[in-house]
Design a protein around this ligand. Sequence first.
Ligand code: AMP
Length: 447
Amino acid sequence: MAMGPSRIYRLCRKPVYRLRPVSTSGMTAIAAPKGVYDVVGAQAQRFDVLENSFRETTARYGYERVRIPVFERTDLFVRSVGEATDIVRKEMYTFTDRADRSLTLRPEGTAGVVRCFVEHHYDQEGLPWKVAYDGPMFRAENVQRGRHRQFYQLGIEAIGVDDPALDVEVIALGWDFLSGLGLCDLNLLVNTMGRPDEREDYVADLREHMLGSAGDLAAEDQERLERNPLRILDSKDPALAPVLTGAPRLRDYLDDRSTAHFASVLAGLDEIGVPYTTCDRLVRGLDYYTSTTFEYTSGSLDAAQNALGGGGHYDGLVEMLGGPALGGIGFALGVERILLACEAEDVFGTAGPRGQVVDVVVLQAGDVGVAVQRLVRDLRKAGIATDTSYGGRSLKAQFRHADRLGARLAIVVGERDLERGVVTIRDLTSGAQSEVNLDNVTEVISS
Ligand code: AMP
């Protein structure tokens, strides 16, 4: 018999494969595509906790919310993220629509936000334009723990003003959000990537150093050095580690203005007490980064997926997308990675969301449908999360349902009790129960 797998996202365990038999109609079930997953129950509540906390933090820092499209014209990403990047070369979900236009599911958020800024002339309003977004991103990557093909990011962008104090604000916001969740094992890495003109001499010297000292480079590193030389600094190849340690430092190639900018950023972080480590080899995978770059990592995750998020300045991007010569800075954080770190540090503990769907379930013993409908409606109107059961199930099955919904209280409505105008309220944790006048139920439960 053919089986169809369906995948449910779990934090610590491997994805669960549920086998579904062929249905009675003879149709096999359709599995979700590789690299995507369903978020349900307590896990969905954890996503909400993160997103709500991020919305609250960004609002407190004066960032307006934006919702940008999930797909854009392909050239937007090719031009901004960069033709030489892994994302554009190998990972984009690109398709043509019915009018033969090439469109791409967004692999990241910055390009769309900057496109929005340029298209709607937000440069003519008070600057910086500070916005926050959240939502799914799509990259056809090798799937592993903490790496998916549809994943969720939380991000901010501050566009239009070049001021080290703004860099400090952006970096501190990410730090405050992550530590505000209760994460303790956090690291902040900071670097500066300079301007493209400052990088030219550096890249030439880096290439020379690598080719001179590294002997035979692996084909992949050789290709990187050709195509996107800064990314060689990111190489995880242990054989390259000693050579990379002795590699020239981009910081030594910066002019006074860039050096002063970076020094001000570090001084600002010192001033407000955000701890950081400078990291000369921190280069980020998107071409548009310039000047300050940073990454938040978790010490409680394996090195392969310890980056919770990162970002940096993008000083040529607005102009590259047809706007004025204004810079910007922002970051994106990965929701799945943050949840993995929360799990590793037991941030949610027993106080966290546990999949409770409702507080109260109204159970029906006998023919009491109309009275139950009225009671459920009154409770819901009074702000009490309430459900009931449908389909005339046995009382035992209804109690099981109440349990599955994580309800705190069950209200049993019986035919004979109704004649006396009473119902029974049972505490599902302690088992204690009491009879309550039907007219007083909402009041008793709310008290
Ligand atoms: P990036 O947009 O590449 O700078 O990534 C920012 C953050 O998004 C990373 O640090 C991860 O936390 C998260 N992220 C990036 N790609 C993926 C992916 N394929 N699956 C899950 N999270 C991802």
